[in-house]
Design a protein around this ligand. Structure first.
Ligand code: SAM
Length: 431
């Protein structure tokens, strides 16, 4: 495929490049010269602009990895707030990004809001800013990723933040398909549940093509997400809240008892929203945690020391304790037990950013080695495999194992991106 005919992609919040690996098909062992694109001439996507910036840290570790693997061409290591629309490529077909989850909440803007354009620092609004400044050059397609609680946030006005995003996407001329996907339910090695939001211009040929299907068909099997991740409907809510969402002009016009009740899938087509509760339709093989384990050469640092064994058990165990808040208020805290060691016969639990380091913790994975029956944490390569990154993708001279684990806690399961990319490119080739 000629470079000129590839879909041009802007990758925002790039981290260590999960979207890029999935869309451009990077494979191979990263620390060697074998790291190269898979059948590169057939890959229909090309990242022409990327951006990554970790606020408040001097050393930009994720950027170091990104630059080392992909080179400096088109990569900007500045905060998204500082991106000028004039620096973006003239031609862009698709914009992708997993924007930081703690930042989507627009809660703090509610009182002072002057409208949809909230204050700087709320990173969703930076995506919105770029799309609106690009005007007619805005990409036809968007793929955004976030934690699934985005659908419910904030707690006191359930769904308001997602509603505001739908509203601004509608204003910017996009139709939207969304789905919460648990990668483990489609055979991938990690049970990682994330919302994927696919935007496509109302004026696009794809919108025209999909207009012959019902919204339910789009969600279940005909949309870009629906085709990549087929599902069946358990519950449907029609035209749910289009008015509530799309009519208020300003954030402070949204009533204080706003409750949108978005379900795990949905579409917004020409300003009409339907949401569905769906369950996955998948009859392929399932990966197990045992499938991704390294057999040998495990460094001593990953083994649980005898002296820490009881602390690990404590963290993983069930508890019922009385706690006291800073203000002196006493409350009962309880939590159930976690599997210890982790179950090897299932896909793994979600990796979180604090996965690395030897300090005992409830959420870090601990496995029992088949060979020596000793317990240990997962290695950086195993964490990369759980996200389907190439082995040692994040290995660089002085990047610590804890940092490498942090990257994987932030990243996404590459197999999902590959499937979404295939679904989009196969539609486009038909249009
Ligand atoms: C959820 S992670 C996305 C990870 C990415 N998908 C990957 O595969 O590694 C969000 C990323 O946004 C970056 N970020 C946070 N604030 C930013 C800002 N103001 N400008 C640019 N990037 C930012 C974080 O450093 C982090 O790498």
């Amino acid at each position: 495929m000629k470079t000129s005919s590839k879909l041009k992609v802007i990758e925002l919040f790039a981290g260590v490049g999960g979207f890029r690996i999935g869309l451009e098909g990077w494979k191979g062992k990263s620390s060697t010269s074998n790291f190269k694109k898979k059948i590169s001439n057939k890959i229909p996507f090309e990242i022409t602009y990327s951006n990554q910036w970790e606020p408040k840290t001097k050393r930009q570790h994720a950027n170091e990895v990104y630059l080392n693997r992909f080179g400096p061409k088109g990569h900007f290591d500045i905060s998204i707030d500082d991106i000028s629309v004039n620096d973006l490529p003239i031609k862009c077909d698709l914009m992708v990004g997993g924007f930081p989850c703690q930042d989507y909440s627009v809660a703090s803007t509610l009182r002072n809001s002057k409208g949809l354009i909230g204050p700087k620092g709320i990173l969703w609004w930076q995506i919105e800013r770029l799309l609106s400044q690009l005007k007619s050059k805005a990409p036809k397609y968007l793929i955004l990723e976030n934690v699934d609680r985005l659908l419910k946030s904030p707690a006191k006005q359930r769904g308001r933040d997602f509603a505001m995003m739908l509203r601004s996407l509608d204003n910017l001329g996009y139709n939207v398909e969304w789905r919460v996907i648990n990668a483990g339910e489609y055979g991938f090695p990690q049970r990682r549940r994330r919302i994927f939001i696919f935007g496509f211009k109302k004026s696009s040929a794809l919108s025209k093509y999909l207009s012959k299907y019902t919204k339910q068909d789009i969600v279940e099997s005909k949309g870009i997400i629906g085709k990549a991740f087929p599902s069946s409907t358990i519950l449907k809510k029609e035209k749910l809240i289009s008015e509530k969402i799309l009519l208020p002009k300003y954030l402070n016009e949204i009533s204080t008892d706003f409750d949108a009740n978005f379900l795990n899938a949905g579409v917004m087509i020409n300003s009409t929203i339907e949401t569905y509760k769906v369950s996955p339709k998948y009859d392929g093989p399932f990966s197990r945690l045992s499938d991704i384990l390294q057999d040998d050469d495990i460094d001593e640092e990953f083994y649980i020391s005898k002296s820490d064994e009881s602390k690990w058990k404590d963290h993983k165990g069930a508890k019922k304790i009385t706690r006291i808040t800073k203000g002196g208020y006493e409350y009962n805290f309880s939590e159930g037990s976690m599997r210890y060691p982790d179950d090897l016969d299932k896909s793994s639990r979600t990796i979180i950013t604090s996965e690395g380091g030897a300090t005992p913790s409830r959420f870090k994975h601990v496995i029992e080695c088949k060979m020596n029956k000793k317990k240990r944490r997962l290695t950086p390569i195993e964490l990369e495999r759980l996200n389907m990154f190439p082995d040692d993708f994040t290995k660089l001279n002085d990047i610590t194992n804890t940092k490498r684990a942090f990257f994987m806690g932030n990243a996404l399961v590459i197999g999902i991106v590959e499937k979404l990319g295939n679904s989009l490119s196969s539609y486009i080739s038909k249009l």
